[in-house]
Design a protein around this ligand. Structure first.
Ligand SMILES: Nc1nc2c(c(=O)[nH]1)N[C@H]1C(S)=C(S)[C@@H](COP(=O)(O)OP(=O)(O)OC[C@H]3O[C@@H](n4cnc5c(=O)[nH]c(N)nc54)[C@H](O)[C@@H]3O)O[C@H]1N2
Ligand SMILES: Nc1nc2c(c(=O)[nH]1)N[C@H]1C(S)=C(S)[C@@H](COP(=O)(O)OP(=O)(O)OC[C@H]3O[C@@H](n4cnc5c(=O)[nH]c(N)nc54)[C@H](O)[C@@H]3O)O[C@H]1N2
Ligand SMILES: [Mo]
Length: 748
């Protein structure tokens, strides 16, 4: 039969398929009802035609033979791997009955709603959760909230809003916008932007800035493409970044090279901060961090004396001991140099057009659902009563408290779980075995995913097949521009979109009637805050920037009264200024000023342990071709990164008798996993780096193997319960101790 003509659909990528935080504009090519290829959209200001390997490989992902495309129910024992195809109606009926039973017997709070990182999931999952009546929204096992939330928390508490390196992304003309300037210096702090495109930031923008004159300062224990192109690279001991930030503050304050006018007018608590940083002399910081004091001083001077300059930071900051404190200290660097909401500094990022895709903070929750409901839910939210900062911010469960509660049943039992976009056992959770043991005792578990993974295999009673981004309608406002995703083809098999699934379940489970009949109605209702709707945005090419003068558009909004709810100039904090001395931290019983805390497990904190486990282990460096534990089954991508690979310094490896490509054990007191060694001078002699989320989809998925996750998931070497007094930070994802031993013969 002759093939029909290839059709082009313009859309925005996010969520299943590409697996990304970014909102890349794309062209989806369709022929005979199937996606044939996906390319970057040159007209889209976000990625300007570029696209990563994961985006290009979407057709392989969509039509992969292992993709689950019908609802399934478990028929054997949990984990036995026996599944039976069922209809959507049977699946919905079963879930409705089981979740209603749990609510009647134990209360709605006994069901937890579990998501992974920000795909387009926050909207649908919280929508369903509030309809059902549970307050327990969680990234299960994300010890100490080790992702993003500590940074957000610190910024919201001390400067009222989130801010990010300004690479002109808030303006439609991008680099040609007359009001934009490239940062003179960019500090890349604990991140590899080219690999990750993190948190709505496209990594290549840094390179675009470099082409326009930006110079780099990098802070990273290992070498990356960026560190080798930096004017200064601070190769620090993992987990000690708090001391670096305090040392830089010390230099900038004592040398008087901060922005005095800005501090005078817009900062609160400078004298207290000045006093606090006195103890963090460059000499002391050198001892803590391994960073020569001359380099620290040089970095501080270059950053402070060259305005505008900006800081781009990564997840290791959240994972540090007292993560929200390290974030607070780094935030103060741009505050005292006045590099906030200025062109080429750290620009304030707000949901485009004021459209929220989902409740993002307690303030947002209150706006959407009313103070009464938020108060009621907070009372039962797991961990909220232990940690005031968590109670007052963002509406998440505290994951370390959750695992205790699952084990003890106190103060109330957890009985059910709705897991949607998360591979808890195969990558998200620290101490996955502990989570497996706790979760397999739950009465009823639903997984909504596209592929079987270690978590769904081990735990699911019902498996619901979700769609890729090419098969559904969605929208995003993280951050600019406001965008929509267009459905290019029907769901493969019987797969449905997360929005569709959750709307149907919400209708069945809600205690109050749901006002939306269709997903489109729901999306349009969210978009109306931006004075637009789905069709209008689609007609414009799927994106739009906020109009001139809108409070979600830069710059200098604190001068114009565009940041505070009361319309006055200043920042949205109790004092209206950036609080170097944080009133909120004080109110929450936390130290209002930043300080340095040593990682719990390190050559300094646990010297005896370090004799047996002499190497510092940092895990989770991002592979550009995988999103966490995803994509291991996609041929184009697996070919580029075929094995779990640990990076180890060449001299260190030589002493251990390890050659390049040898299979090794990484071991510590908590377990041992198998990796292939990449022997390289780019690794620090005392630090080894292992990626997370490794499992082998080509192996046996049934219990107890679960696709070899126990052999290759580095999280078997990590633990829960190290969070700071705030409830944030302290996980050992990024710094713990280990040793590396060659496997017999070096072969797997
Ligand atoms: N050791 C170590 N562990 C870490 C980290 C680390 O740095 N080191 N990083 C941590 C961090 S920061 C995070 S955020 C977590 C992330 O952890 P997760 O977000 O749980 O990541 P994944 O392992 O990718 O699991 C996501 C699952 O969702 C499915 N999925 C993808 N897109 C969709 C979709 O659109 N709809 C549905 N229904 N399903 C979808 C995928 O198939 C996959 O099975 O991992 C954490 N784990
Ligand atoms: N392709 C891809 N992109 C992703 C993801 C993915 O899995 N794949 N995950 C997404 C998610 S949810 C997140 S949270 C982000 C996270 O992404 P990031 O955490 O920013 O991860 P990376 O970009 O790998 O950069 C981490 C860098 O920090 C360095 N590092 C490790 N420990 C320390 C330390 O203690 N101090 C300092 N200064 N540096 C340290 C590592 O050597 C590495 O080069 O990425 C997002 N983007
Ligand atoms: Mo994350």
């Amino acid at each position: 039969m002759a093939k029909s003509k290839e059709n082009k659909v313009i859309s925005t990528l996010w969520s299943a398929g590409c697996g990304s935080h970014g909102g890349c504009g794309c062209e989806i090519f369709v022929q005979d009802g199937k996606v044939t290829r996906v390319e970057g959209d040159k007209n889209h200001p976000f990625n300007q035609g570029r696209l990563c390997a994961k985006g290009l490989a979407i057709p392989q992902y969509m039509y992969h033979p292992d993709r689950v495309i019908h609802p399934l129910k478990r028929v054997g024992e949990r984990g036995e791997g026996k599944w039976q195809r069922i209809t959507w109606n049977e699946a919905y009926d079963t879930i409705e009955k089981r979740f209603k039973d749990i609510r009647t017997k134990y209360g709605a709070e006994s069901v937890i709603f579990c998501q992974g990182t920000g795909r387009d999931i926050g909207g649908p999952i919280t929508f369903l959760m509030y309809a059902y009546g549970s307050p327990n929204w969680v990234q299960v096992g994300l010890a100490g909230h080790a992702c993003y939330t500590p940074r957000l928390g610190a910024m919201f508490a001390t400067q009222g809003h989130y801010s990010v390196l300004d690479a002109s992304q808030m303006l439609e003309k991008r680099y040609d916008s007359p009001e934009w300037k490239p940062p003179k210096y960019i500090i890349i702090w604990a991140q590899n932007p080219a690999a990750g495109c993190h948190d709505g930031f496209f990594g290549h923008w840094i390179i675009d800035c470099m082409k326009r004159g930006s110079k780099l300062i990098t802070i990273d224990p290992r070498s990356t493409w960026f560190t080798t192109r930096s004017e200064v690279h601070l190769q620090n001991r993992p987990g000690t970044d708090g001391a670096i930030a305090l040392g830089m503050l010390n230099v900038i304050i004592n040398e008087g090279i901060y922005d005095k006018q800005f501090v005078e007018k817009w900062c609160y608590g400078f004298d207290e901060l000045k006093e606090r940083v006195q103890e963090y002399t460059p000499e002391k910081v050198e001892k803590i961090t391994w960073v020569p004091k001359e380099l620290l001083i040089k970095a501080a001077r270059l950053y402070a004396k060259n305005k505008p300059s900006a800081i781009q930071w990564g997840e290791p900051v959240d994972a540090m001991p007292a993560g929200s404190v390290v974030a607070q200290a780094i935030n103060q660097l741009w505050a005292i140099t006045g590099n906030i909401d200025n062109p080429g500094g750290n620009v304030i990022a707000r949901n485009s057009h004021g459209v929220t895709t989902y409740p993002f903070s307690s303030a947002e929750l209150t706006k959407l659902y009313g103070a009464e409901l938020v108060k009621k839910l907070n009372e039962k939210r797991i961990g909220a009563n232990d940690y005031p900062m968590i109670k007052n911010f963002r509406g998440w469960v505290q994951p370390d408290v959750l695992i205790n509660q699952m084990e003890t049943g106190k103060p109330y039992p957890v009985k059910g779980a709705w897991i949607q976009t998360s591979n808890i056992i195969g990558g998200q959770a620290a101490d996955p075995r502990r989570h497996y043991n706790a979760m397999k005792k739950l009465d009823f578990i639903v997984c909504v995913d596209l592929f079987q993974n270690p978590t769904s295999m081990a735990l699911a009673d019902i498996f619901l097949p979700a769609c890729t981004i090419c098969e559904k309608e969605s929208f995003r406002s993280w951050w600019q521009p406001l965008g929509v995703s267009v459905k290019a083809v029907d769901g493969v098999g019987e797969a449905k979109s997360d929005w569709e699934i959750n709307l149907e379940m919400a209708k069945r489970l809600a205690t109050n009637p749901i006002k939306y009949n269709t997903v489109r109605e729901l999306i349009d209702d969210r978009l109306k805050d931006g004075n637009t709707n789905f069709e209008k945005l689609k007609a414009k090419g799927c994106w739009e920037y906020p109009p001139e003068g809108h409070n979600t558009r830069p710059y200098y909004r604190y001068e114009k009264g565009l940041l505070r709810a009361d319309g006055k100039p200043g920042f949205e904090t109790p004092t209206g200024k950036i609080e170097l001395y944080s009133k909120k931290y004080e109110e929450w019983g936390l130290d209002p000023l930043p300080y340095y805390e040593e990682p719990k497990e390190s050559p300094v904190a646990s010297p005896d342990l370090a004799k047996k486990y002499p190497l510092i282990l940092t895990t989770g460096r991002r592979s550009p071709v995988f999103f966490h534990s995803e994509h291991r089954m996609i041929p184009w991508l697996r070919e580029l990164d075929p094995f779990p690979v640990v990076e180890i310094n060449d001299k260190t490896a030589e002493k251990l008798g390890i050659g390049n490509g040898d299979w090794v054990y990484i071991e510590n007191t908590r377990g041992r996993v198998k990796f292939k060694a990449k022997v390289t001078p780019t690794a620090h002699p005392e630090v080894v780096t292992a990626p997370h989320g490794w499992w082998l989809p080509e192996t046996d998925g049934r219990s107890p193997n679960f696709f070899n996750t126990w052999d290759h998931n580095i999280n078997n070497l990590t633990s829960m319960g190290n969070q700071a007094k705030s409830g944030f930070g302290g996980t050992n994802y990024r710094s713990s101790l280990c040793r590396v031993v060659k496997m017999e013969g070096g072969k797997e």
